[in-house]
Write a protein that binds this ligand. Structure first.
Ligand SMILES: [Zn+2]
Length: 119
């Protein structure tokens, strides 16, 4: 069991996660759609502040997930982003404990919902 302080300083979030590089960081891709380019959720101008410090990972089951670490967000804008993710059968986990600039940023974890939790 790692010491709590070590967990907070560990930038890989979860020891089983592996960072994936060289692929576009787009929620559409982890929802098994194609990135729509201009106008896509990943390029929406109003989401620019939410889609900050995006990183793509695969978890221990090889399922992809994306983390974002934006500065504190306007509730309505964040709600709109989360709703759009839900419409793509993605879940958004939110935590105040972001490894990037703790206290100033939040951590968003976007991943495909398990099939039994799809709406
Ligand atoms: Zn996209």
């Amino acid at each position: 069991m790692p010491h709590e302080t070590e967990v907070k300083l560990d930038y890989s979030y979860d020891p089983e996660w592996r960072r994936v590089r060289g692929i576009r960081i787009c929620p559409m891709l982890i929802a098994n759609f194609v990135c729509e380019g201009r106008g896509c959720i990943c390029m929406r101008h109003d989401y620019k502040t939410i889609l900050d410090h995006g990183k793509l990972w695969v978890d221990g089951d090889s399922d992809p997930l994306i983390t974002y670490e934006p500065y504190k967000q306007e509730v309505a804008l964040l709600g709109a982003f989360i709703l759009q993710c839900k419409s793509l059968s993605l879940s958004v986990q939110r935590s105040e404990e972001s490894p990037h600039y703790p206290g100033q940023t939040i951590l968003l974890i976007v991943r495909a919902k398990p099939p039994e939790h799809r709406d």
